[in-house]
Design a protein around this ligand. Structure first.
Ligand code: TYM
Length: 330
């Protein structure tokens, strides 16, 4: 039997290079070899965006972007989270076995609670158990994610382990993080911040055209340049090199790294090259986004087909889970 893979993205904005290099690029690779489920986490987005302007439209947009990146509905099951109500039942069981102390220690919860002090809701608090339900309803073994999801993944493993222990079973596998190239990826932001996220000055979106990409990269935060040979790179400069490490080839990276080391690096040249390499990756994706975005009939058909397959898998799991816990299964 093929290994099962699952991953998802919240539709709180368009896909950006962080999503692409952290997660989507692995999806595209894995769908050829494994039994893959890729979904759009619209319920999760309610934890921070309680009244989304057009939730259906956002989910369709991410779907179009998934397809443009190369996800293939004939190879993988691509679906929208809210189309699979079975997830909620598993979420409930996991909530029964998860302690408030451990949920309160999750750093993303603490961060979000700081960012939205007027809306520290129970959904935000139990975000990791919903994520565990997403993964374990298909009994997935692999989860392609970026570095920022490590703690949520640890909680998912905990849910699996604890369920198995409590009910004396080996039903759930402990899902593992999957990293393209073997290493956790954190794509840095262009504003000198540690992580590319969903904000304009910091982030390059997959739909953006060449001109915008070049402009944004040329504006990326830097400093006065190398001051002494072979010196350590300050964080903002290290970010630029990390970006180059991710999007450019090894020789290009080495070339600029040597220039840094012998103090001849000109950031303008490096940024031009970086923008060039980003554009090369993004151009074909952007063209395909345009094609898919307009084809609502196709997007609806893919979402419907994905929902059916995902529900079939989830309901099989939930039937077993009910039996294991001791509920009557009719
Ligand atoms: P989300 O929507 O914040 O991000 C989606 C995926 O993109 C990765 N990512 C990054 N990777 C590297 N560098 C970055 N700068 C960067 N920014 C985002 C994230 O690590 C993630 O893999 N909790 C998830 C959604 C989710 C999920 C799941 C994922 C819900 N259920 C089950 C996997 C399995 C999230 O908020 O991702």
């Amino acid at each position: 039997m093929k290994d099962i893979v699952l991953s998802g993205i919240r539709p709180t904005g368009n896909l950006h290079l962080g999503n692409y290099y952290g997660a989507v690029r692995s999806f595209v690779k894995m769908q050829n070899e494994m039994n893959c489920y890729f979904f759009i986490a619209d319920w999760h987005s309610l934890t921070t965006h309680p009244t989304p302007e057009n939730i259906q439209q956002s989910a369709r947009t991410i779907l179009a972007e998934y397809l443009a990146c190369g996800l293939d509905p004939d190879k993988a099951t691509i679906y929208i989270q809210s189309d699979v109500p079975e997830t909620i039942e598993l979420y409930l069981y996991f909530n029964m076995n998860t302690y408030i102390g451990e949920l309160g220690r999750v750093t993303t919860f603490k961060e979000k609670a700081r960012q939205q002090p007027d809306n520290v809701n129970a959904g935000l608090f139990t975000y990791p158990t919903l994520m565990a339900a997403d993964i374990l309803q298909h009994r997935a073994k692999w989860v392609p994610v970026g570095k920022d999801q490590e703690q949520n993944m640890e909680m998912a493993r905990k849910c699996a382990r604890r369920f198995n222990n409590i009910y004396k079973t080996e039903f759930f596998p402990e899902p593992q993080n999957f990293y393209f190239g073997g290493e956790a990826v954190k794509v840095p932001g262009l504003d000198g911040s540690g992580k590319m996220g969903k904000s304009d000055g910091n982030c390059i979106y997959l739909y953006e055209d060449e001109k915008v990409v070049r402009k944004k990269v040329m504006r990326a935060v830097t400093d006065n340049g190398p001051q002494a040979p072979n010196s350590e790179k300050p964080e903002v400069i290290q970010n630029l090199f990390t970006l180059m490490h991710i999007v450019s080839d090894e020789e290009t990276y080495k070339y600029f790294d040597e220039k840094w080391n012998d103090c001849t690096l000109r950031y303008g040249d490096m940024k031009k090259q970086l923008a060039e390499d980003m554009v090369r990756t993004l151009n074909p994706i952007r063209e395909r986004i345009e094609e898919y975005k307009g084809n609502t009939e196709l997007l609806d058909r893919i979402a419907r087909q994905g929902a059916e397959k995902a529900r079939e898998s989830a309901s099989t799991t939930l039937r077993e889970v009910r039996k294991i816990i001791g509920f009557k299964v009719y």
